[in-house]
Design a protein around this ligand. Structure first.
Ligand code: SF4
Length: 701
């Protein structure tokens, strides 16, 4: 007989930044199936993750009781998902004991070694309210700005360039604006895999006449529908984009009125791109001069051109420079501030935008208000009822810097909520050694992740469908996620756990409901000042900026001015900076890491979702068929990939999407944790690591 749900709960997808709205169909506290809803970003559509990736919440590996590391068990050895072996490492504890141990020892480290001896990683998988409380705990309870999250690993460079150039780190136009654009440029992104429903809107636009230009060293499904695909050499974004700007300048295709009335710094940029002629750049980036000219003209002269980008742009030591070039392209041609134009860095996790907005970053308080401003600090000290002058005035450490600081003895205790740096950090062996070297590591999660395996105490948290909270998608849409089921066993709500830790560190917080946290947020964050909890309950989603109640919210921004001094955007020139590690005779190939359709980030959720795991169960490396043949291998053979930092073995898949000499590996497989190989070299402006380029050697077997 058909199982009929006894409850339907309207919520949003827990995975990517598209933020599709969905309905959980529930019976007996179990999700039976999921359906798409008519949300602004999906209109009923869902991808395979959203539709089938829900039963991780019911997986037997869920943590259901606080765990404390058994005395004398070293923080070494291979991670295990075997629940029996887990109990060799940890013992069960009551909440009281676990919280006293977790919070008490963090407080003791702070009091003994100083406020800067602690750090916290919050989560882009959590709600806005969790992100807000987490950063508030670090700033007021730990006493420093050592708080960060996975934005550092994905779009930190885009945000730095956007804040510097146009005064706001968020997108200028929603994804759906591709249907209003004449030309859509997708660079360094694979939306079919990483933002699948967004990709369907791009495909719809193409059917209606929009011209798609894909700029990417890799081929993707989208390139088959592209008007042009510029398969440039990895690591050559800046020369290619500067050459396009050179064409636009020399052929007089700039929008001089826009430049004169709405920007500063054009002359410096113009001079900088003078030397980047298409003829000179063609051999560097691997795209012939005529094609560079054609695409530059197409972008500059269309009625509406929109740029979308992803990690292929941001995860380089020149990630900020890459984004600066994209911003300059839009500004010099006036392709911004109208529907069907603009700049859209596609956000990866469903709440990476909201977590950043809420202040889960080391240099900014909520709403991108810089920690160095005395006025800003004073206003937060008043709102948070903490002593005058108590907030730290210097930016804290970023994700990778924290790992280095642990090794040097500067950071001794950490609280990690819902992040998995043991898998997601570059040079993961180094990151794991650092985490293991901490005096005290508190991990709050729903599974025993690779990071939790190194913890002193693990606090079992709630999965996405087990809590209420707001989430902000890539379009700046604040949406309501609603509780559909209860957490298993004695797992608790994340907000409750964060509050309990805060109070054991002397914060004295009293929040009775998530809506009280949101209310506090909107009074400290002008951009969402007009969004009330009641309105979210009623309307499900509201776009910010939304400054006053009744304000409909602005989906297209920068219509009249930019939120910078004098209202003008700023051109910032960029020159060529090579990757930190180039191929050589010992390591002759290039590694590009990323995601695949069925798995999300470090895989802790999707690899425990039955359907998704069945489709992609094993670690794979995508190798060009000719490279595989040159190795003497065939699809399905095991290959070992090594860099100067580590090696992994995994199955080879012949795949022509990667150019010859480059190997693509998803970072979700703990058995072949590819970040053991990646390079921790950082972009100097955003401190984002170079996940998209390092030198490797591939051998059979
Ligand atoms: Fe979820 Fe993203 Fe897929 Fe939508 S496109 S269903 S938000 S993973």
């Amino acid at each position: 007989a058909l199982t009929v749900p006894d409850k339907q709960v309207e919520s949003v997808c827990p995975y990517c930044g598209v933020g599709c709205q969905l309905t959980y169909n529930v019976k007996d506290d179990k999700i039976l199936f999921v359906e798409g809803r008519d949300g602004p970003s999906n209109h009923g559509r869902l991808c395979v993750k959203g539709r089938y990736g829900f039963d991780y919440a019911h997986h037997p590996h869920r943590l259901t009781q606080p765990l404390i590391r058994r005395e004398g068990v070293p923080k070494t050895g291979d991670f295990t998902m075997d629940p029996d072996r887990v109990m060799d490492v940890f013992r069960e504890a009551s909440w009281e004991e676990a919280l006293e141990f977790a919070g008490g020892k963090l407080a003791a480290i702070r009091d003994t070694h100083g406020k800067k001896s602690l750090a916290g990683f919050g989560s882009a998988k959590g709600s806005n309210e969790e992100a807000y409380l987490f950063q508030k705990l670090v700033r007021t309870g730990f006493g420093s700005n050592n708080v960060d999250h996975c934005t550092r690993l994905c779009h930190a460079s885009s945000v730095v360039a956007l804040l510097e150039g146009i005064g706001s780190g968020a997108v200028s136009n929603p994804v759906m604006d591709v249907t209003k654009a004449d030309v859509v440029v997708v660079i360094g992104a694979n939306p079919t895999v990483n933002h699948p429903v967004a990709a369907t809107w791009i495909k719809n636009a193409i059917k209606n006449g929009t011209k798609l230009v894909v700029l990417d060293p890799r081929r993707s499904d989208l390139t088959r529908m592209a008007h042009r695909h510029l398969q440039f050499k990895p690591d050559t974004d800046v020369p290619m984009l500067n050459a396009m700007m050179n064409v636009i300048v020399t052929e007089g295709l700039v929008d001089q009125d826009f430049i004169d009335s709405r920007t500063i710094g054009y002359e410096e940029l113009r001079k900088n791109v003078e030397g980047y002629t298409p003829e000179l750049m063609a051999p560097i980036c691997g795209i012939d001069a005529d094609t560079l000219r054609y695409v530059a003209r197409l972008y500059a002269t269309s009625k509406g051109s929109m740029i979308l980008w992803g990690m292929g742009v941001s995860q380089h030591v020149h990630g900020t420079d890459n984004a600066r070039c994209l911003i300059a392209l839009a500004l010099m041609t006036g392709q911004i501030g109208r529907p069907g134009t603009g700049l859209h860095p596609l956000r990866g996790q469903n709440n990476v935008q909201g977590a950043s907005d809420a202040g889960l970053i080391p240099m900014m308080l909520p709403d991108y208000q810089h920690v160095s401003s005395p006025t800003v600090r004073a206003s937060f000290e008043k709102a948070w009822k903490v002593p005058e002058g108590s907030l730290d005035d210097t930016p804290g450490l970023t994700v990778v810097e924290v790992m280095h600081a642990i090794k040097k003895g500067g950071i001794r205790g950490m609280y990690v909520q819902g992040e998995n740096p043991a898998m997601s950090d570059p040079d993961a062996n180094h990151a794991r050694e650092a985490l293991a070297a901490l005096d005290h590591l508190v991990v709050q999660d729903i599974f025993l992740t690779e990071t939790a395996y190194l913890a002193d105490v693990i606090l079992p948290a709630s999965a996405f469908p087990e809590k209420d909270g707001s989430f902000t998608n890539t379009d700046r849409l604040v949406q309501m996620g609603r509780k559909a089921i209860n957490p298993p066993g004695d797992a608790r709500q994340d907000l409750w756990i964060i509050t309990q830790i805060a109070n054991r560190m002397g914060c004295g917080w009293h929040y009775n409901h998530v809506s009280e946290v949101f209310d506090e947020m909107r009074h400290t964050m002008p951009s969402i000042g007009g969004i009330t909890w009641d309105r979210l309950e009623r309307e499900h989603s509201v776009t910010y900026p939304c400054m006053k109640e009744g304000d409909p919210g602005q989906s297209v921004v920068f219509v009249d001015s930019f939120p910078r001094e004098s209202g003008r955007a700023k051109f910032v020139p960029a020159d060529i900076i090579p990757a930190a590690e180039r191929p050589d005779t010992d390591y002759p190939m290039v590694l590009i890491t990323g995601r695949q359709l069925e798995h999300w980030h470090t895989g802790s959720m999707t690899r425990r979702a039955t359907v998704l795991d069945a489709i992609e169960p094993d670690p794979v490396a995508l190798v060009h068929p000719l490279d595989l043949a040159a190795l003497g291998g065939k699809p399905g053979d095991v290959v070992t990939i090594a860099s100067r930092r580590g090696e992994v073995a995994l199955y080879a898949r012949a795949d022509e999407s990667s150019p010859r000499g480059a190997v693509f590996v998803p970072f979700c497989y703990y058995e072949a944790a590819i970040n053991k190989l990646t390079n921790a070299a950082l972009d100097p402006f955003a401190k984002i690591p170079e996940f998209k380029y390092c030198a490797i050697r591939v051998t059979l077997g």
